[in-house]
Design a protein around this ligand. Structure first.
Ligand SMILES: *Cc1c(COP(=O)(O)O)cnc(C)c1O
Length: 380
């Protein structure tokens, strides 16, 4: 097969070249379980770069979200406000602890939680607000932080797309009481599966360590602060092994170069598709002036569901994989059980039908990208 006909996947994990050496180092150290030297290096990296009170690696963003639910003491009957346009676990982590999700719609420009709709959804039962920085473009944090302060509600940033992005010059993940990161294979920085909880509210730090270590005060024990460790709270095993942390550290070290490559790819798509998009009535991503995005994805907003499906089929014929997401959470099987109804989040419902994501990964070659662009330019 010539390279011009090789399939172009939607995503392909990129490697920095140091992963194996670090994993070998972890093996030779004799410490394979969690919280060894590489986990500490990852924690230090995140705490220094993002100036958060504490960073804790987890096995996934989903796990970090569940830790957030436990830290917020979510209990049956509580309500959590979240955008309907997001990944399942932004909401499921809270539902698992008895919360009823209250779905908010998104802004039609950035596709982020519509901050103007949140206040009307707050009730006496509201216990948290979840904000997702879609595509690594910051939500309107000034308005959301103001609401969180006025109603004394924890704001949780699901920052799975937003590592290293900024809102008005400040890093995403440093606004809310808590923020969650993902290092899943499809994210900018990966360890296959992986995540982190960033803790900005210092009063939550000690309990977070306990929840992550099966409800024990083992972290204090390892620091020599107590002479034995025991069961002191609820928790689970949320920490990843040193092999995962070693792999992740290699990726974190290369964050700047990975982001540079992704930026170049994103700008090339934008340049190459701008005229075509305008002629074809296709929407391009919106990045407001005051937001520094993370170049997590490149999406298009097609004119209709029919053109979106025809577009995906057109690319597929040329061996190019484009995908869509998210299905509105309020219209899912679970969402309907919580009262979700057609028409409740009209922007989410509309965008969900029309959005398509182009192949986008750090190691994408210029030739691959030109093939995608040329294939798109042939679509009318
Ligand atoms: C990927 C993703 C998650 C889940 O991340 P995992 O690490 O796979 O658990 C949660 N929220 C959003 C917005 C995501 O994109």
């Amino acid at each position: 097969m010539s390279s011009s006909s090789l399939p172009i996947p939607f995503n392909r994990p990129g490697y920095t070249g140091r992963e194996i050496a670090y994993m070998q180092e972890a093996m030779q150290s004799g410490h394979l379980s969690g919280d060894g030297a590489f986990t500490k290096r990852c924690h230090a990296f995140l705490e220094e770069r993002y100036a958060c009170k504490k960073a804790l690696l987890t096995s996934s963003c989903t796990d970090a979200l569940e830790m957030a639910a436990i830290l917020c003491r979510i209990a049956p009957g509580d309500e959590v406000i979240a955008p309907s346009f997001s990944f399942v676990t932004s909401v499921n982590a809270f539902v698992l602890h008895g919360a009823r999700p209250v779905f908010a719609d998104i802004r039609p420009d950035t596709l982020n939680l519509d901050e103007t709709q949140v206040e009307a959804l707050i009730t006496k039962k509201t216990r948290a607000i979840v904000a997702v920085h879609y595509a690594g473009v910051g939500c309107e944090m000034d308005a959301l932080m103001d609401l969180a302060r006025r109603y004394q509600l924890p704001l949780i940033e699901d920052n799975a797309h937003g590592l290293d992005g900024k809102y008005r010059g400040r890093y995403l993940g440093t606004f809310g009481s808590l923020a969650t990161q993902s290092f899943h294979e499809t994210k900018n920085i990966t360890s296959g599966e992986g995540g982190a909880l960033l803790i900005n509210d210092a009063s939550l730090a000690e309990r977070a360590e306990i929840i992550r270590e099966k409800g024990t005060d083992r972290s204090r024990f390892f620091r020599g602060q107590v002479d034995k460790y025991s069961w002191v709270d609820v928790g689970s095993s949320f920490l990843p092994s040193e092999l995962t942390a070693a792999f992740l550290y290699a990726q974190l070290e290369a964050l700047d170069s990975i982001q540079r490559r992704r930026k170049a790819l994103w700008l090339r798509y934008h340049d190459g598709l701008r005229d075509w998009a305008e002629k074809s009535g296709v929407g391009l991503p919106c990045v407001p002036e005051h937001c520094e995005q993370t170049y997590h994805m490149f999406y298009l907003l097609m004119p209709s569901l029919e053109t979106r499906q025809a577009f995906i089929a057109h690319l597929k014929e040329q061996g190019i994989q484009a995908v869509f997401h998210y299905l509105p959470l309020h219209l899912s099987v679970m969402g309907k059980e919580f009262g979700g109804q057609e028409g409740a989040c009209p922007v989410t419902e509309d965008v969900s039908d029309r959005l398509v994501r182009l192949p986008f990964y750090s190691d994408m070659t210029p030739a691959e990208q030109e093939r995608v662009i040329n294939a798109i330019l042939q679509f009318n």
